[in-house]
Structure formats: C-alpha cells, structure tokens
Design a protein around this ligand. Structure first.
Ligand code: CUA
Length: 180
C-alpha cells in the first residue's frame, strides 16, 4: 500500500486591511523617494556640504583669522564668521543691548556666508532667508544669498552647543538703498 502523500501547504494569511496598508505604505515610500530624486535632479536641491576643511586649532592662520565682511565690489560681499561657545565672531564692534553682534548690509547685497567653528558643533540660521547651516569644527560651511528687502534679520545658533546655546545669535540689518 502506498502511503498517500499529503502536501502540507501553509499559506501566509494576511488580513485584507493589513495588506492594503502595507501597499499604501510602500507606495508612499515610492512617492517620497521619487520626490527626493526629482528635487535633486530637476530642481537642483542639494544639502549644503562643507566647501573646505581647516585645522580648527590653526584657525588664526587661515582666512578666518580676521572675521568680518569683505566688499568684493558690485554689491557682492564675503562674510567670514567664526562660531564659538557662545557667540559669533563676525568682526564687528557694534552690538545690541543684549550683546548680539550687529552687522549692516546694503539692500540688494549678495552675501556669501563662510562659517566655521572654533570648538564644537554650532548652527547658523538666518531668519527669512535660505541659510540653514550646520557648523562643524574643521569644516567650512558656505551659502550665498541676496538680501532684497531691508529689515532686521536675526541669526541664531540652532544646533545645541552647551549651556550658553540659547544666548548665541547675531543681527543683520539690511539698510534701505538710498535713491531707490
Ligand atoms: Cu552654538 Cu548652539
């Protein structure tokens, strides 16, 4: 007598709703990934990465030895800033009553921010403008933007950097262009 072979087939049962949500979740991942790729390729969106590297111990032997604003002509400026616990050194002597350094820019100024850190990780965020940089010791972060509108714009450190983190800031005052 031959033993009847029994094929024991085990099928994975997935609940109908669970299956639906799994498909939806996978589809969403696909959409997000497509948006990421489209943003990078079509719209040229890239995360700001370090444009250069320096030895943070030898910072005073680099272009950051004299932080501040450099007039490159034609309303273009290069701004060198050293972030440190717990302030920004932007080479300016003017400050607010609260002690934040103040920097004046003319309306329409095209400013390239070059920022590095002397000690730990800091942030550099310019209010109402597309500048949101992570500042790491040894790295030079850079971003160029245009200040079209006159006004007062705060710069804040938005990366936690120790007990004085919340006191770390700077103020940019864009003065109205005369005769405009
Ligand atoms: Cu510097 Cu937070």
């Amino acid at each position: 007598m031959e033993e009847s072979k029994q094929v024991h087939e085990e099928k994975l049962e997935i609940d109908r709703y669970e299956r639906t949500y799994m498909i939806l979740a996978a589809a969403m991942l696909g959409v997000f990934f497509a948006a990421l790729v489209a943003g990078a390729i079509i719209y040229g969106v890239h995360l700001p990465t370090a444009v250069g590297f320096i030895n943070p111990i030898l910072i005073d032997e680099t272009e950051f030895a004299n932080p501040g604003l450099r007039d490159m002509g034609d309303n273009h400026y290069e701004l060198y800033v050293v972030a440190q616990m717990w302030n920004y050194d932007a080479g300016t002597t003017e400050s607010t009553a609260a002690g934040f350094p103040v920097l004046h820019l003319p309306q329409g100024a095209v400013v390239t921010f070059n920022v590095t850190s002397r000690d730990v990780q800091h942030g550099f965020y310019v209010e109402h403008h597309n500048v949101n940089l992570q500042i790491l010791p040894g790295h030079i972060a850079s971003q160029t933007i245009t200040f079209s509108e006159p006004g007062t714009y705060h710069v804040i450190c938005h990366e936690y950097c120790g007990r004085g983190h919340q006191t770390m800031g700077m103020v940019l005052i864009v003065d109205r262009a005369t005769g405009a």
